[in-house]
Design a protein around this ligand. Structure first.
Ligand code: SAM
Length: 275
């Protein structure tokens, strides 16, 4: 990089958004939530598990070690790039996982073929969430369960509320909208109704509270940007703009800065629906 480029260019993206997602977002955020979800839902040795919208496969990987060789795990996602990263990481695992490309609203599996269906932080991105939850029920064995998590609205995610506003102000409306999209304005009642309308009789909805930590505000913004579908436009921002954006986020999140960087609460709904 020339001197001039380093003055004017912003963050460099050297890997795909899927690789960045696995490297930057899975360890501090999706892996701990996957562990919590598996703990609460009690998946057992021998279970047949489906991970819907598996992304790079963290839930599937965690489930595979629990169901052992007498069980089976399938991860499905619409995005082939996410599945490629999932397959590469899982290649070294002791237990094999099947990766399938497909749509959560039209699951390519026969009726009653799984004991547990997981869907971590993805229902909010599906065009027809009702159809997706109906599909989850269809592929479950009677007595099986679907376990879903969906972030609570942005009001309960301080760091992301500030980040989305700053992206909107400094990058584009589209970048702000993209950063808000994981946090739909859904409440527990909406999720319960989705599950009941899909035919599940026994539905529990809980609010789970966790946190996420990054070594600095700059790293928080850089890692989120690199893992996002708008990685190129956000990371190409000029250095002066980036510095202002980071400065504004730092000011707004003063109360969440400590000696190890930045920490922020994160809240999620977890739905367990038994068939
Ligand atoms: C935030 S990621 C969550 C991934 C994974 N569950 C995890 O915990 O890391 C959302 C995922 O939903 C997938 N997705 C969105 N719409 C989908 C659909 N209609 N069918 C299948 N996957 C979908 C995306 O490709 C992405 O991998």
């Amino acid at each position: 990089m020339t001197n001039h480029a380093s003055q004017s260019a912003g963050w460099q993206v050297e890997q795909s958004a899927s690789e960045a997602y696995e490297q930057y977002l899975v360890p501090p955020m999706f892996a701990p939530w996957a562990d919590r979800m598996l703990e609460t839902s009690g998946v057992n040795e021998g279970d047949r598990v489906l991970d819907v919208a598996c992304g790079t496969g963290i839930v599937a990987r965690r489930a595979a070690s629990r169901v052992s060789e007498s069980g089976s795990v399938v991860g499905l996602d619409i995005n082939e790039e996410m599945l490629a990263v999932a397959a590469e990481i899982a290649a070294d695992l002791h237990h094999s996982i099947e990766w399938r490309q497909g749509d959560a609203t039209e699951l390519p599996f026969s009726d009653e073929s799984f004991d547990v269906v997981y869907c971590q932080q993805a229902l909010q991105f599906v065009d027809d969430p009702g159809a997706s939850v109906r599909e989850m029920r269809r592929v479950l064995e009677p007595g099986g369960r679907a376990v879903l998590s969906v972030w609570r609205p942005l009001d309960y995610q301080p760091a992301y509320m500030v980040l989305a506003d700053a992206l909107e102000e400094y990058i584009s409306d589209e970048a702000g909208t993209m950063m808000r999209s994981p946090f739909p304005a859904w409440d527990g009642k909406k999720l319960r109704t989705l599950a009941q309308n899909a035919g599940f009789d026994d539905v529990s909805v809980t609010i789970e509270i966790g946190s996420v930590r990054y070594p600095s505000v700059e790293e928080f913004v850089r890692r989120e940007a690199a893992s996002s579908p708008l990685a190129e436009s956000i990371t190409a921002v000029k250095r002066a703009v980036r510095d202002e954006l980071v400065g504004e986020i730092k000011d707004a999140l003063q109360t969440y800065l400590d000696d190890e960087g930045i920490v922020s609460p994160m809240e999620s709904y977890v739905v367990i629906a038994e068939r």
